[in-house]
Design a binder for this molecule. Structure first.
Ligand code: DC
Length: 228
């Protein structure tokens, strides 16, 4: 049996990280973990409970009341996130969450909680995790680190299409503003800002199909673990 490794996929918002991560996990029989879902679920909890992000005590207390879990759903063929026992996988994709999530993810208390849980998930290897700090902070010793990029206009179009299918009232300007704001906050925050790890391999998928990006990544994987 081929050796199991850890694959990290970091990059800007809406770069196709989760698409690639899911393709690789399926091909290799690995677990896929969407680390962004954890920050989104915490954001949902904070919004529902009117937590003031500037009040450290309030934030710390709230975090004690939060339990996050991933449960595999065979119907969607995906691990879905549960917040205190409630499946919130679909709720957290809303633009309302996207508008707040970067501020929440910038809090060191929130990151400490998420990162500790993420590290545990990688203990047995055989995992593909996507996010912003996975190759730099969560798994700095991962065997394969991928950093994804794509032109802004292409990213905005992709994200708009995704959100429009759920809510036809969404505008392209809203989506563009949100992506720009998140990229800025995610890459400028004090704790674990988004950056490419020195040993990460870059994939720019502006002009690649999903199949082409998958093939490129698979070549990287096969160099490390050999063929099936
Ligand atoms: O990948 P995503 O768009 O679902 O992530 C939502 C937000 O969570 C993103 O704007 C930044 C934050 N995030 C993070 O700070 N660190 C991660 N490892 C994953 C996501």
């Amino acid at each position: 049996m081929a050796k199991k490794i850890i694959i990290t996929i970091d990059g800007w918002s809406s770069c196709g990280k989760s698409t690639l991560a899911k393709q690789l996990a399926k091909e290799l029989g690995y677990v896929y973990v969407d680390s962004g879902a954890m920050y989104r679920a915490v954001t949902l909890y904070f919004l529902r409970n009117n937590i003031d992000l500037a009040e450290k005590k309030e934030v710390k207390k709230a975090l004690k009341d939060i339990n996050l879990e991933f449960v595999f759903n065979p119907k969607s063929n995906n691990s879905e996130i549960y917040l205190n026992g409630e499946n919130v996988e679909y709720l957290i994709r809303d633009l309302i969450i996207a508008e707040k999530v970067s501020d929440v993810a910038a809090l060191k208390e929130v990151r400490a909680l998420a990162v500790a849980q993420q590290k545990k998930m990688g203990a047995k290897k055989g995992i593909v995790m996507d996010g912003r700090d996975i190759g730099t902070v969560v798994f700095p010793k991962a065997e394969l680190k991928i950093f994804m990029t794509a032109d802004n206009a292409v990213r905005v179009q992709r994200r708009f299409k995704e959100l429009y299918e759920k809510n036809p009232n969404v505008t392209i300007e809203e989506v563009k503003d949100n992506l720009e704001m998140r990229d800025y906050i995610d890459s400028h925050r004090e704790v674990s800002p988004l950056r490419k790890a020195n040993d990460a391999l870059e994939i720019d998928n502006t002009h690649l199909t999903e199949q082409e990006q998958f093939q490129k990544a698979l070549v990287m994987v096969r160099k490390l673990i050999g063929s099936k």
